[in-house]
Write a protein that binds this ligand. Structure first.
Ligand code: ADP
Length: 577
């Protein structure tokens, strides 16, 4: 349009015609900037949506993958790599959309600029031209200029590729810094529980000096990046200046010789520059996309991690699991041995154990003797490395996974409550039955505190999402975790060190009400405090990953050579008869 206007002025067009050209120019500019604005805002919304889908896909994968895979070093590697790819230069899926947007733009640029430029190379001088005009008008000069433009484009591509490769290499030096920094921020400085330790052990200096070192290192890296960019940018600038001079000479002389109009100077110079930029960038994006494939593969490999747990198909008969069922069923561990993923040591060795559904079983033993591992295997959080676990004579892997999981309520030692409403925590669902939540918290011994809460089941735990959220003591948390297990009302209830954080009164209450709390369910009770398990007439003693004794408290304590006797006497000295 600028070219047309200049030509119009040079050729003495009427004022009316010139104004028409001007209006068309301004309107088309305004129109295209409106379209760009609209597309940019759509693009930003779509990026947000993509981000949401991406996070959802990864989160769902974590929830659905085998529990054992979460600990697997390969899973860790893939997750870490995905984070790095994303933080480094918006790679992976993000690179795809950036590149798609950019490449569409460059493609338009290439098509328009080529179609506007081609005619320049088709205009030749007359045979009667002399000197420099004759030279400019010859097709050889046009070919030379074309080659010059291509060389400039290739140099630009090389500079872009090298800069971005070096950029990525330098950036990868910061991975460790970012990882450390993320760790300090999320796990230490922003975790207010850590504030106690930081103050008592005067860790401020330690953390500050680590942070200082990280910042210094990051500064060195940024400097390296800047130097790297300047070097290649200088190279491409020089070559672009040279080639632009040539273009101006070529186009200007052609105009002087009358081969093209004055306005065409603007048009050709503009479109050749546009072509150089668009083509260089287009090719660079293509190269980036190729490199990005390796990053995309990380993402797809992660999503494709297989879930072994979901292969069973049998339904589980839940009625039979309770005392009021026909009670004909039993769980059997047959020669079960287990190593944690990535671990060399066996945490359980040759465990063979049976117990009838409907019974109460206490599992005791020292810390690290394999009690929790036994529960994790029973609940199919892991499958045994060797041996079988049977329910009613059928290997538990044959049952439908979700259905098998639904028969267990477990309070683990390291249970987790969320910063949501109390009701949602206990029910583990969005909608819940208020009366049942209240019954469960009361049964779990949280009734008194619950009575004082102004918002009842709507009360938020902790202050992450709600200022009025309540803080809980360790014992209160444990009571709520117990309430959650009771609310689920599953046929199996398993309490792993359920009273470790409770005060003696609450502990006594839970013990004396244990049978009532557990009702008709099959119950497994784990403790390293032997006095807690006295009431169970079926006690399994674990030691160093093996089952070493089994029987009632009286029988076990009477066996003077047994582990139970030793543990009992070691602990009994702290209690008065
Ligand atoms: P207990 O419940 O009797 O205290 P655990 O069953 O928790 O003992 O642990 C038994 C052994 O397994 C311990 O030696 C412990 O270090 C090891 N262990 C527990 N969890 C893991 C894990 N996720 N990865 C590797 N080893 C583990």
């Amino acid at each position: 349009m600028s070219a047309l206007i200049i030509d119009g002025i040079a050729e003495g067009e009427t004022f009316r015609q010139l104004i028409t050209l001007l209006v068309i120019t301004v309107l088309s500019q305004a129109g295209s900037s409106l379209v760009i604005r609209y597309m940019t805002s759509r693009y930003n919304t779509m990026r947000l949506e993509l981000n949401y889908h991406y996070e959802m896909a990864l989160s769902l994968k974590i929830i659905e993958m085998d529990y054992a895979s979460i600990e697997d070093p390969e899973t860790h590697r893939l997750r870490q790599k995905m984070d790095e790819v994303r933080n480094l230069n918006d790679g992976g899926i993000w690179r795809l959309i950036h590149s798609f947007q950019d490449m569409t733009k460059y493609l338009f640029g290439i098509v328009f600029s080529v179609s506007l430029t081609l005619s320049l190379f088709a205009t030749h001088g007359h045979s009667d031209m002399t000197g420099i005009y004759r030279w400019v008008g010859s097709p050889y000069f046009a070919i030379l200029l074309g080659l010059g433009i291509l060389a400039n484009v290739m140099l630009g591509m090389y500079a872009n590729a090298t800069t971005s490769q070096k950029f990525l290499r330098i950036l990868s030096e910061t991975i460790q810094i970012n990882r450390l920094f993320g760790y300090y921020m999320t796990n230490y400085l922003n975790a207010y529980h850590a504030g106690k330790d930081i103050r008592i052990y005067n860790q401020q200096k330690l953390i500050a000096s680590e942070a200082r070192t990280m910042f210094d290192n990051a500064g060195v890296t940024l400097n390296k990046m800047a130097r790297n960019e300047v070097k290649y940018a200088t190279m491409t600038t020089i070559s672009t200046v040279l080639i632009s001079t040539l273009i101006y000479l070529f186009v200007g002389l052609k105009a002087l010789a009358g081969m093209i109009s004055v306005g065409a100077i603007v048009r050709y110079v503009g479109s050749i520059n546009e072509f150089t930029g668009a083509f260089t960038n287009f090719m660079s994006q293509l190269a980036l996309l190729r490199e990005n494939n390796a990053n995309l593969k990380v993402y797809f490999d992660y999503l494709a991690l297989p879930s072994q747990m979901y292969q069973g198909t049998l339904p589980v008969e839940k009625r039979a699991m309770c005392l009021d069922g026909d009670n004909e069923y039993e769980i059997e561990f047959r020669n079960v041995s287990f190593k944690y993923p990535g671990s060399e040591e066996y945490s359980l060795r040759n465990l063979s154990l049976k117990f009838r559904v409907g019974e109460r079983l206490a599992v005791v033993g020292m810390n690290g003797s394999g009690k929790t591992t036994f529960i994790k295997l029973l609940c199919r959080l892991y499958d045994p490395t060797e041996g079988d676990i049977l329910l009613n004579g059928i290997n538990i892997t044959k049952y439908q996974y979700a259905e098998y999981m639904s028969i267990f309520s477990v309070v683990f030692q390291d249970f987790k409550l969320f910063s949501f409403g109390l009701g949602q925590n206990v029910a583990a669902t969005v909608d819940y039955d208020k009366a049942s939540v209240e019954a469960a918290v009361t049964e779990a011994g949280f009734g008194e505190r619950y009575g004082q809460l102004p918002d009842g089941t709507e009360t938020y735990l902790y202050k992450d999402f709600e200022e009025r959220g309540i803080e809980l003591s360790g014992g209160e948390e444990q009571k709520l975790a117990l309430a959650r297990a009771l609310y689920k009302d599953a046929p199996f209830i398993i309490l792993d060190e359920p009273t470790a954080a409770l005060d003696p009164v609450a502990e006594f209450e839970i013990y004396s009400k244990f049978n009532e709390i557990v009702g008709g369910k099959t119950a497994i009770y784990i403790s390293h405090r032997l006095s807690s398990c006295r009431f169970c007439d079926n006690i399994a003693v674990f030691h160093e990953g093996a089952l070493v004794q089994r029987g009632s408290h009286e029988a076990l304590v009477a066996d003077a050579d047994g582990k139970y006797h030793e543990l009992w006497n070691a602990q009994a000295q702290y209690y008065v008869d």
